[in-house]
Design a protein around this ligand. Sequence first.
Ligand SMILES: Nc1c(NC[C@H](O)[C@H](O)[C@H](O)CO)[nH]c(=O)[nH]c1=O
Ligand SMILES: CC(=O)[C@@H](O)COP(=O)(O)O
Length: 158
Amino acid sequence: MSSADKNLSAFSKKHLPDIDTKVFAIVVSEWNEAVTGAMYEGAYNTLRENGVTKENIIRKDVPGSFELSLAAQWMAKREDIDAVICIGCVIQGETKHFDFICSAVAHGITNVSLKYDKPVIFGVLTPNNQQQALDRAGGKHGNKGDEAAITAIKMLGF
Ligand SMILES: Nc1c(NC[C@H](O)[C@H](O)[C@H](O)CO)[nH]c(=O)[nH]c1=O
Ligand SMILES: CC(=O)[C@@H](O)COP(=O)(O)O
């Protein structure tokens, strides 16, 4: 099912775990800041609405999505952090650079999650154009930032 078929920010709050004491890192790419900033707001607000305190949400910024993996590792290795949410937006350009970044960050984030045995969430948009990105960062297809935060919460209740 594609995002076009469903607002993926519509989720059930049933059976969410108690996360009042959990600490979340949110790592945000500066590329396409209009998009990643909206996604961050979605993730932050979703965590707060579900009981996470301001003090337990740690934001770190990186230059681009390619740097998300290393930053996620720096945060995941911290014993005081329970989950990491990675926020990025890689927009297709004229060359294959898009493919290399998307592949590297997807594999990198997965490896960090498995290495440190904790949720590291892939909140990275990989659209063909700016409009598709905006549609998924608070537009008609919801906010992937919300979705990433709920995913982190659900994984902590696994
Ligand atoms: N074109 C996009 C980039 N490019 C930058 C890379 O992520 C990386 O910072 C650079 O290759 C140096 O290592 N990053 C995005 O997040 N989104 C893009 O559309
Ligand atoms: C995904 C990218 O790095 C992209 O912005 C680069 O654009 P281009 O492939 O046209 O150089």
